[in-house]
Design a protein around this ligand. Structure first.
Ligand code: 5GP
Length: 184
């Protein structure tokens, strides 16, 4: 069993929902809170959904070596995984889960090759488009950019150790727990 799990999946695939259910069902798991330069969406809380930082604050974290990985996502904002909380979670015997984009996953593959890399895929391209539109958190232009990123991500699915299709939240959670060696 791997100690750290990396989850990648296109925007709108339902990673957040599945990971919420997984954390409820498996308290040993710990979800990393990323730092981002993106402004908060309505209802998002600093320190819970993300650490919302200024571009200068992000630069400082990178310069101090405080990021496990970071990337420019959707060509717009920077997102990164703060290193210290991951090390602390490991120390506490918890199972860290890092939700990152494709570039972040590739960086982690080099720096932490022992981490298991899991891709979450939609049941179909049409369904991904539908979920993203239904979520309604992005403008038409931002949605297009996310779909462009999604095409690139789906093309890289072969790089991953496992693929979980999110056709139903409870089934995808079951499969994820099974892959992580935490089922039953
Ligand atoms: P959103 O803006 O919708 O919250 O997130 C956009 C995307 O940013 C996510 O789908 C995920 O791929 C990526 N992301 C979130 N946190 C991180 C992180 O810490 N590192 C990297 N590389 N990407 C992240």
């Amino acid at each position: 069993m791997s100690d750290i799990f990396v989850i990648v999946g296109p925007s709108g695939v339902g990673k957040g929902t599945v990971l919420r259910e997984l954390l409820e069902r498996e308290p040993r798991c710990w979800l990393s809170v990323s730092a981002t330069t993106r402004p908060p969406r309505p209802g998002e809380a600093d320190g819970a959904d993300y650490f919302f930082v200024t571009p200068e604050g992000f630069d400082d974290l990178v310069r101090e070596g405080g990021m496990l990985e970071w990337a420019l996502v959707h060509g717009a904002n920077r997102y990164g995984t703060p290193k210290e909380p991951v090390l602390r979670a490991l120390d506490e015997g918890r199972v860290p889960i890092l939700e990152v984009d494709l570039d972040g996953a590739r960086q982690i593959r080099r720096s932490l090759p022992e981490a298991a890399q899991i891709f979450m895929a939609p049941p179909s391209w049409q369904e991904l488009e539908r979920r993203l539109a239904e979520r309604g958190t992005e403008s038409g232009q931002e949605r297009e950019r996310r779909l462009e990123t999604a095409r690139r991500e789906l093309a890289a699915v072969g790089e991953f150790d496992a693929v979980v299709v999110n056709d139903s939240v409870s089934r995808a959670t079951d499969e994820l727990l099974h892959i992580m060696g935490l089922a039953g």
